[in-house]
Design a binder for this molecule. Sequence first.
Ligand SMILES: [Zn+2]
Length: 378
Amino acid sequence: MVRAIVCTGACVAASVLLAGAMKTDGLSERARKLHFSCIVVDTHDDTTQRLLDGKFDLGTRTSAGSIDIPRMREGNVGAIFFSIWIPSKVTGPDAVNRAIVQIDAVREQVRKHPNDLVLATTAAEIRDAHKQGKIAALLGVEGGHMINSDLGVLRAYAALGVRYMTLTHSGNDEVSDKTFYDALETSKAPLIASHSSCRAICDAPRNMTDQMIKDLAAKGGVVQINYHVGFLSQEFRDAEKANPELNKTISAEVTKRCADNEGCQLIEGDRITREYVEQGRLPRVEFSKIIEHIDHAVKVAGIDHVGLGSDFDGANMPYGMEDAAKLPKITEALLQKGYAEGDVKKILGENTLRVMTDVQLISRELNGGKQKQESRLQ
Ligand SMILES: [Zn+2]
């Protein structure tokens, strides 16, 4: 009798477990289907630096870093903004020259891989690329220090395909939160925060306060959540701050491995940080932290104002989000959290596509208005 009871208990427990597993499997399947039906847009990755040394090719799958065509295919990346970035100590004509070399390097990869990549500058071109089964490659300039204080340079970048410029990068410490508000006030079009997370969860100056997120959203913009552990986790940030020697050691090791090769520095920085986490010298950050930031931003700004700006190949990635192939996990985690499929679709890309369309319409209106004015004058 006792044995029978034990058996019944065990069987019930086993079937509960089985039901649980089936439920998770069902969810995984639904998440996969949903993820691969969406246009996934990533508004920031730093792979461009890797293209500069001439050895790295996007078409070859590698184990280092986060981005190449095979892994983007696995993660169903529909559109990706390749960052044009130069350390902010480089300014003036030198910065412009180096930016042009980087723009060319991205365009060259598109030329080399016509079956996988297509250069895009609008939401419509991204949708077309998706229909053709290709990944849309876009360009974004990371930091206003790259235009040599000349709006003509910015227009030249735009003519080469660049579709956003961030106001600043970590080094431009003369730029404050107020600049964000100045830009918001000045711009007639909605803005994006191309790769920023939530300051309410992790107090990093590159993250957005709740008020900033609300104000950005009120103007129709989108905050693109960044996956960098130092922007996701307060615990990680505190641990780094508490031990400044650790950062110095990491920097020294990076220089030893990479000298002044910036692409190498970004990849090795991530790798060495991981080694320190494995040794227990820095806290481990899970990818679920990304979901926490997305969820917070959605609560603050509404579902129409949150997107993804990974910072792949330019930052330290959390466990579970090592590369673009892992992206379907975001979809699964959001469904698990109870997000509706339509809402997940918005976060994965539709919100960004909407902003791009809005910006283009406003730009057309402004230019059209100017043309009319000019013809009146003639
Ligand atoms: Zn970057």
